[in-house]
Ligand binder design. Structure first.
Ligand code: HEM
Ligand SMILES: *[C@@H]1O[C@H](CO)[C@@H](O)[C@H](O)[C@H]1NC(C)=O
Length: 360
């Protein structure tokens, strides 16, 4: 009995880099070498993706089991307080992990402040006056440095915070591979180039995700992160007043929703006014985001084109997720692990920052 358990855990540790599938679901006797099956993982997507195609141990869920067993508890206690105080914190932290991973991998490059050697990603078009939650990350880091000095990386804090924020908002939990290390560099140009704009077409969105080793299922699934949080008028105003350069609104916007949005976002000024991405339950992680898209009530162009963009099977996925919240949750867990595996620094690469805002 005990022996089975240990074996099972070991399998989980070794396989979860690629998959969230439970250990009992794995066929016995699979190949332990590099390049074994990675259903739904990053394998096979080419050089820029995943954890580099193998050749090093990569990430595993028990990474801090001995060095800082209380790591996740510390993260969760800070999150619990911060989110109870302001539910939007959950959304902001989920987004931070996304904006970290899409720029030179999940290496906490997004957290570095401007300095003599760093051009901070915080000043990029997609991030400036937009990314939030840095103080919460600072608080988590300070508590972790107290408990386990120079042990838990800022990149792992972002991944743990994204998961914890999802769970505390009512969403799915997942087994999270850990062991990312922190970059000593940031890429302002990478941030400007790799994070898709909210007025992107569906082919553009697919292209940006494919560059990270993520497919159309990941795109639709991870866009479901917009079930929580808000967006500023400046990110969707084009849809209200001049979607196609003809001074007309986006025809895919449902009428009453359109009028509501216009009352929040005047044609001039008000760029920093905000509207929920999922107005029916903006603090609840659920599948209403997809239900709203079906009703023509997606907030961003990038949300609505998942239904109307007419490429691939994104329309079918939106329908499936709006019908079946459990299916969405399963996919979200899996795609978050996949996104979290984008080009991490491991082994001797990078460092574990003492302060997430600067290199050691
Ligand atoms: C598919 C391409 C995506 C585009 C074009 C996009 C775009 C945006 C924009 C424009 C905002 C509002 C920013 C502002 O008003 O300052 C936003 C907010 C948000 N995004 Fe995305 N996003 C995308 C994918 C994702 C993904 C993959 C996630 C996470 C899994 C995510 C999570 C969030 C969250 C939670 C918010 C709300 C943040 C808050 O309230 O502070 N987004 N997104
Ligand atoms: C998207 O928005 C940007 C910034 O407002 C603008 O320059 C660009 O032309 C827009 N793209 C499309 C396809 O409308």
């Amino acid at each position: 009995m005990a022996r089975f358990k240990v074996t099972c855990l070991a399998l989980v540790a070794m396989t979860l880099v690629y998959s969230t599938t439970l250990c009992v679901a794995h066929p016995v006797g699979f190949n332990f070498g590099w390049g074994w099956g990675s259903p739904g993982g990053n394998g096979g997507h080419g050089g820029n993706s995943g954890n580099g195609g193998g050749g090093y141990p990569g990430l595993f869920p028990e990474y801090y089991q001995f060095s800082c067993p209380q790591a996740n508890d510390i993260v969760m206690s800070v999150l619990h307080k911060a989110i109870a105080n302001n539910p939007r914190v959950a959304a902001s932290l989920l987004r931070l992990h996304f904006h970290d991973c899409f720029v030179q991998g999940c290496d906490a490059s997004v957290l570095l402040d401007d300095s003599a050697t760093i051009s901070s990603e915080k000043n990029s078009g997609p991030n400036k006056n937009s990314l939030r939650g840095f103080e919460v990350i600072d608080e988590i880091k300070a508590k972790l440095e107290e408990a386990c000095p120079q042990t838990v990386s800022c990149a792992d804090i972002l991944a743990l915070s994204a998961r914890g924020s999802t769970v505390l908002s009512g969403g799915p939990n997942w087994v999270l591979p850990l062991g990312r290390r922190d970059s000593t560099t940031a890429s302002l140009t990478g941030s400007n180039r790799n994070i898709p704009a909210p007025n992107s077409s569906l082919p553009t969105l697919l292209n940006f995700f494919q560059r990270q080793g993520l497919d159309e299922v990941d795109l639709v699934t991870l866009s479901g992160g917009h079930t929580i949080g808000v967006a500023r008028c400046v990110t969707f105003k084009q849809r209200l007043y001049n979607q196609n350069g003809n001074n007309q609104p986006d025809s895919t916007l449902e009428r009453s929703y359109y009028f509501g949005l216009k009352s929040v976002c005047p044609s001039s000024g008000g760029d920093n006014n905000i509207s929920p991405l999922d107005f029916s339950s903006p603090a609840r992680f659920d599948n209403t985001y997809f239900k709203l898209i079906l009703l023509g009530k997606g907030l961003l162009t990038s949300d609505q084109v998942l239904l109307t963009g007419n490429v691939g099977k994104t329309l079918e996925l939106v329908k499936s997720f709006s019908d079946d919240e459990g299916l969405f949750f399963q996919h979200f867990a899996k795609s978050m692990v996949k996104m979290g595996n984008i080009r991490p620094l491991t082994g001797l690469k990078g460092q574990v920052r003492k302060n997430c805002r600067r290199v050691n």
